[in-house]
Design a protein around this ligand. Structure first.
Ligand SMILES: Cc1cc2nc3c(=O)[nH]c(=O)nc-3n(C[C@H](O)[C@H](O)[C@H](O)COP(=O)(O)O)c2cc1C
Length: 244
C-alpha cells in the first residue's frame, strides 16, 4: 500500500474474523515495528503475545473480572466496602483514569457517544453499553492479543517509545491487510497476564492490542472526528498584525 493510504486506512477494529494469523506474518510485523525509534535506542518494551489456549484462558479470566467489576459498580455502598475482597478491583500497574481533564472530556464524550449512536445503543441502555464494553475483554473475537509492557526506569520516555512502537505495529498490520485495536482496557488487570508470561520485574503493563482480520461489521465503519490542524497548532503570543 501507499504509505498515505496505510495512514488513512488504519482505524480501530472492534470485530474480527476468526481467521488465524500465520505465525510467520506475526513475527514479520513485530520485526517491522522494531524499526521504531526509541530513547537512546533503549527499546524499553516487551510484548506478551497471546494466541490459542492462552488467549482463550485470558478471555475467560478478563471477562470474569469485568463482570465482577461491573456488578460491583451497581452494588449498594455497603457491598462496595467489601470491594477489596471481591476480586473485581483492577490490579494493573497504572491507575485507570477516573476523571478526564475538563478540556479533553468533551472529545472523550463525543467519541463514546458517537460509537454508541453508530451502534444504535441508547444512552440509557446500560446493559447494551456494558455488553459493548465487555467485548474489549473478548478481544473483539480477535485470534491474537498482545500486552505491551514498558520499563518503569525511563518514566515518561519509555511510554513515549512504546507509543511509537505500537503505532508502527498497527501501521505494519494495516499494510498487511490486518486490523488492530489498541486497548487501554487490557491493562486494567495484570494478574491474568502474569499467570501465562514471565515478566521481568521492572516492566509494567501499559496497554493491550487485539489483532486479526477485520470482520464485515458496522462497528468497523465508525470514524471518530479529529481536531483540526488549526486547533492542533498553538497560536503565536502576538498576532501577526500586531508585530510592529
Ligand atoms: C492507548 C490507546 C488505548 C485505547 N484503548 C481502547 C480501549 O480500551 N477500547 C477501545 O475500544 N478502544 C481503545 N482505543 C481506541 C481509541 O478509542 C481510538 O484510537 C480513537 O477513538 C480513534 O479512533 P480510530 O483508532 O478508529 O482512528 C485506544 C487507543 C489508544 C491509542
Amino acid at each position: 500500500m501507499e504509505f498515505s493510504s496505510v495512514l488513512a486506512s488504519r482505524n480501530s477494529v472492534r470485530a474480527f474474523k476468526d481467521t488465524a494469523v500465520p505465525e510467520a506474518l506475526l513475527e514479520a510485523l513485530l520485526g517491522q515495528a522494531l524499526q521504531a525509534p526509541s530513547w537512546s535506542n533503549t527499546q524499553p518494551y516487551h510484548v506478551a503475545v497471546a494466541r490459542g489456549p492462552v488467549l482463550a484462558d485470558l478471555r475467560e479470566a478478563l471477562g470474569e473480572r469485568f463482570r465482577r467489576a461491573s456488578k460491583l459498580s451497581r452494588a449498594p455502598w455497603y457491598a462496595k466496602l467489601l470491594a477489596p475482597f471481591s476480586g473485581a478491583l483492577p490490579d494493573g500497574d497504572f491507575k485507570p483514569i477516573l476523571k478526564y481533564p475538563d478540556d479533553l472530556q468533551p472529545r472523550r464524550v463525543a467519541t463514546g457517544k458517537g460509537l454508541y449512536r453508530h451502534l444504535g445503543i441508547a444512552r440509557e441502555d446500560h446493559a447494551a453499553r456494558d455488553a459493548q464494553m465487555a467485548r474489549n475483554f473478548a478481544f473483539f473475537d480477535a485470534p491474537v492479543a498482545m500486552f505491551l509492557f514498558v520499563h518503569k526506569g525511563l518514566g515518561h520516555y519509555s511510554t513515549l517509545d512504546a507509543g511509537i512502537f505500537l503505532q508502527s505495529l498497527m501501521l505494519a498490520a494495516t499494510d498487511a491487510g490486518l486490523g488492530t485495536c489498541a486497548q487501554g482496557a487490557l491493562a486494567l488487570w495484570r494478574s491474568p497476564v502474569e499467570k501465562h508470561f514471565r515478566i521481568p520485574a521492572p516492566y509494567k503493563l501499559l496497554c493491550g492490542l487485539s489483532l486479526g482480520y477485520p470482520a464485515d461489521d458496522p462497528v468497523n465503519q465508525f470514524r471518530p472526528q479529529r481536531i483540526s490542524v488549526e486547533q492542533l497548532c498553538l497560536p503565536p503570543r502576538q498576532a501577526r498584525g500586531n508585530d510592529q
